[in-house]
Design a protein around this ligand. Structure first.
Ligand code: HEM
Length: 525
């Protein structure tokens, strides 16, 4: 009997233990699902500075190498700031499509504070009604299909002037074609924005100084400024970045004041009939803030105007001209591609006039060259940073609120997983009908090729930039044969990059342009 009771007790206690263990397992399993997801993997950083000292002279290259080690979504720490880097088309699409709303703000940075009028511009404006109003204004005045068409003659005019300038360039030292392209891009944009050209000719009247100012701004904006990430060191400005930004800002500010001042004095502004961006903004200027309301209620104060003009003159000039310069460098290195493009242009345009914008839709090979240039030489290799408004989950990892997002558009566009084994080769045919990437475009919906970014904060000037790059490259390819200075062979051409927020050529492209059309084509009417 005693034995039976003992056996029963044993059975009961074993069952209880089993139930307890099962409940514990269940509790752990359930709790497991609520365990916070891990943060993305990443390299160990230094005390205080984190990974900042490891970025090197070309952070987009370093980050591409880190992605090979840690995967296409990895984590860095810049001082006290958490950073995630997207380095594949799939991860970029999760951030910029699925989580775009959460990443529609830009992180705080000294460039926005000291150069861009303390975030009063469009590029760094907090995501909200004011940002929306500024984008809408740009679209209506410059970048919508209607505005773009209305300004067609301005772009064609400036390209014609650039060609005339090049046709008469006979220096033995050759011409810096990027500089000529920069004058063209800046003057076209200036006519649309402030109603007049800003430079008389390529070499003179401050054009070189202006380009240098834009390049300096991009270099400064590309520096990962220690003071931005380690608040205790901000006052020290260890890299001297803030001091340089303040000096540069004063020079830009004088230029922007000049545009507004001359218009208020009744000078500048073209024929007085066309409404450039400046006159639209001044017409609405009653010193109120553009923080929403209906379209009719938008109004802009003096600083709003200067900040937006500054954005256009900096974001819209060097990006455009350096892409044209890279395209020409690639074409000089790939004679077969250049010859094929010239044949297409001769067929569509002939030899007695220059290219016009209405020719562009028929230049399919040229369009493929432009895409291939944007792929290998995106002018903003790490795009512009975004910041997470809330915690979110991306590809099985936790990305906390306040994390900065960098999208390595340079690495994504060279990823063999998207582009195949010839990813590093200049091969425009991949974009032609029947090619491996026939349907891929640069306009923000094909994440393997996003030189203009994607999502809500995609480049506001995409339509203008793409049109200018295409028209300028088509015209230069059609109007001239190109040879390198000092009898340099194309294989010796230096293709090294100089890192900044925008990607310059380390060595400017120096060339001899040789006219190849009938003389009448080069006349400026
Ligand atoms: C080759 C030409 C250009 C390239 C490759 C380029 C690239 C970019 C990129 C990558 C961004 C960041 C997008 C993002 O955060 O996802 C951007 C933003 C911007 N770009 Fe461009 N850009 C070009 C030309 C232009 C032009 C011509 C203008 C104006 C005249 C312009 C004005 C802007 C502005 C205002 C923003 C900020 C948009 C915002 O924050 O809402 N860009 N651009």
């Amino acid at each position: 009997m005693d034995m039976d009771r003992d056996a029963l007790l044993l059975i009961a206690s074993s069952s209880l233990a089993a139930v307890a263990i099962a409940s514990l397992c269940c509790w752990f399993l359930c709790r497991g699902s609520k365990l916070p997801l891990p943060l993305p993997p990443g390299p160990r950083g230094w005390p205080v500075l984190g990974n900042l000292p490891q970025l090197g002279a070309k952070p987009h290259h370093t980050m591409a190498a880190l992605a090979r080690q840690h995967g296409p979504l990895f984590r860095l720490r810049f001082g006290s700031a958490e950073v995630v880097v997207a380095a594949s088309a799939k991860v970029a699409s999760i951030f910029l499509r699925a989580h775009d709303a959460n990443f529609s703000d830009r992180p705080p940075n000294s460039g926005a504070e000291h150069v861009a009028y303390n975030y009063q511009d469009l590029v760094f404006a907090p995501y909200g009604a004011r940002w929306r109003a500024l984008r809408k204004l740009c679209a209506l005045s410059l970048f919508s299909a209607k505005a773009l068409d209305a300004l067609r003659a301005v772009r064609e005019d400036e390209v014609r002037l650039m060609v005339a300038q090049l046709a008469h360039a006979s220096s033995a030292a050759g011409v810096a074609v990027g500089q000529e392209a920069n004058v063209c891009a800046t003057n076209a944009l200036a006519r649309a924005a402030v109603g007049r050209r800003v430079f008389g000719s390529a070499a003179g009247e401050g054009s070189r100084e202006f380009k240098d100012m834009v390049v300096e701004l991009m270099q400064l904006a590309g520096v990962f400024n220690i003071g931005d990430f380690v608040p205790a060191l901000r006052w020290l400005d260890p890299q001297g970045v803030v001091g340089k930004m303040k000096r540069l800002h004063r020079r830009y500010d004088g230029m922007m004041d000049g545009f507004i001042g001359e218009r208020r004095d009744g000078k500048g502004g073209g024929d007085g009939k066309t409404k450039d961006l400046l006159s639209v903004m001044l017409g609405n200027n009653n010193n109120a803030r553009p923080d929403g309301g209906g379209e009719g209620m938008m109004s802009f104060n003096h600083t709003d105007i200067k900040a937006l003009l500054l954005n256009l003159f900096t974001a819209g000039t060097d990006t455009t001209s350096s892409t044209v310069e890279w395209a020409l460098a690639e074409l000089i290195r790939h004679r077969d591609v250049l010859t094929k493009a010239q044949r297409e242009l001769d067929d569509v345009v002939g030899k007695d006039r220059l290219v016009t914008e209405s020719d562009l839709p028929r230049l399919t090979f040229l369009a493929a060259i432009i895409k291939e240039t944007f792929r290998l030489h995106p002018s903003t290799p790490l795009s512009l940073p975004r910041v997470a408004a809330e915690d979110c989950e991306v590809d099985g990892y936790r990305v906390p609120k306040g994390t900065t997002l960098l999208v390595n558009v340079w690495a994504i566009a060279r990823d063999p997983a998207s582009w195949g084994p010839d990813a590093l080769e200049f091969r425009p045919a991949r974009f032609l009908a029947g090619g491996s990437h026939e349907s891929v475009d640069v306009k923000g919906s094909d994440y393997e090729l996003i030189p203009f970014g994607a999502g809500r904060r995609i480049c506001a000037g995409l339509s203008w930039g793409l049109r200018m790059v295409t028209l300028m490259t088509a015209t230069l390819v059609h109007a001239f044969d190109w040879s390198l200075v000092n009898d340099m062979t194309p294989e010796k051409l230096d293709m090294e990059e100089a890192y900044g927020l925008t990607l310059q050529r380390a060595v400017p492209l120096m060339v001899h342009p040789v006219p190849r059309l009938l003389p009448s084509a080069y006349k400026v009417v």
